[in-house]
Design a protein around this ligand. Structure first.
Ligand code: CO8
Length: 260
């Protein structure tokens, strides 16, 4: 499928999705969300892509939110449908077998902050700004912000951000754990690639397995989460990469993983 509002660039097994709507600060319209859902479905079964980076086009915005001009005339049913559309696209992204890194190159507001939250790891440039300003528009975060933000930064901090709608700078975003690392904008994607490569060198099934155990475990009791961990841990002993990884260690050589 070809995409009007997204691009995918694959380099050495690392796929970079760029939201391409710079004149609207990459705002998420229904069309963008539909495209994102189908691109992510394609990536999920693409064995050539080991790690995914998500970023925004231009130097000003990652994504400045859902498209307010499209949203403003929606009725109750249409508002709910739009939220479900966004949630489905973001859920597909969050559940990708590949690890995902958001490279936040500017404004990440509303749906933009929620897009970053649907990724596994967040890197940002010094000009990045974050916020969930929805209550100032008479709505609530509708693409996962009420659920993923408190899981990441804690309930009290998330409630303050959502209730006030305030926009925070990157240093504060880093302090509260919303962002892992901050870089100069010119270096952001390069740093994203470096991080992607440092993940890619490991056994894919193990990285992917740890991602699913972490994410699924967050919604379970500790006991059930530990049981899930034991199951997936055990299942990896059926993989060629477990044999290779441990043989390489005892023979003091570097492993060559095959994703099997
Ligand atoms: N939607 C539509 N258009 C936008 C958006 C947006 N979210 N953000 C920016 N734009 C447009 C502007 O209208 C402007 O268009 P034009 O050139 O035609 O006038 C263009 O992008 C450039 O923006 P500005 O001129 O405003 O640029 P500034 O540098 O002055 O300001 C800001 C940058 C501060 C980012 C400002 O654009 C802004 O406040 N944008 C809106 C931010 C916001 O409130 N985002 C949250 C939206 S709500 C949301 O995401 C809810 C998600 C859940 C939905 C649930 C479904 C029901």
């Amino acid at each position: 499928m070809s995409y009007e509002f997204l691009s995918l660039n694959v380099q050495d097994g690392i796929g970079t999705i760029t939201i391409e709507r710079p004149k609207m600060l990459n705002a998420l319209s229904s069309e963008v969300l539909v495209e994102l859902g189908s691109l992510v479905s394609e990536i999920a079964v693409n064995k050539e892509i080991d790690v995914v980076i998500v970023t925004g086009s231009g130097e000003k915005a990652f994504v400045a939110g859902a498209d307010i001009s499209e949203m403003k005339d929606k009725n109750v049913l249409e508002g709910k449908e739009f939220s479900i559309e966004g949630n489905q696209a973001f859920a597909k992204l969050a559940k990708l077998p590949q690890p995902t890194i958001a490279c936040i190159n500017g404004f990440a507001l509303g749906g933009g902050c929620e897009l970053a939250l649907a990724c596994d790891i967040r890197l940002a440039s010094f000009n990045a700004k974050f916020g969930q300003p929805e209550v100032g528009l008479g709505i609530i975060p509708g693409f996962g912000g009420t659920q993923r933000l408190p899981r990441l930064v804690g309930t009290g901090v998330a409630k303050e951000l959502i209730f006030t709608g305030k926009v925070i700078g990157v240093e504060e975003a880093h302090r509260i754990g919303l962002v892992n690392h901050i870089y100069e904008q010119a270096e952001l994607l390069e740093e994203g690639m470096k991080l992607a490569k440092s993940i890619q060198k490991n056994a894919f099934l193990a990285v992917s397995g740890s991602k699913s155990v972490i994410d699924n475990g967050l919604d379970m009791s500790l006991e059930n989460g530990l049981n899930l961990e034991a199951q997936v841990f055990g299942s990896l002993f059926a993989t060629a990469d477990q044999t290779e990884g441990m043989e390489a260690f005892v023979n003091k050589r570097k492993p060559t993983f095959t994703k099997n």
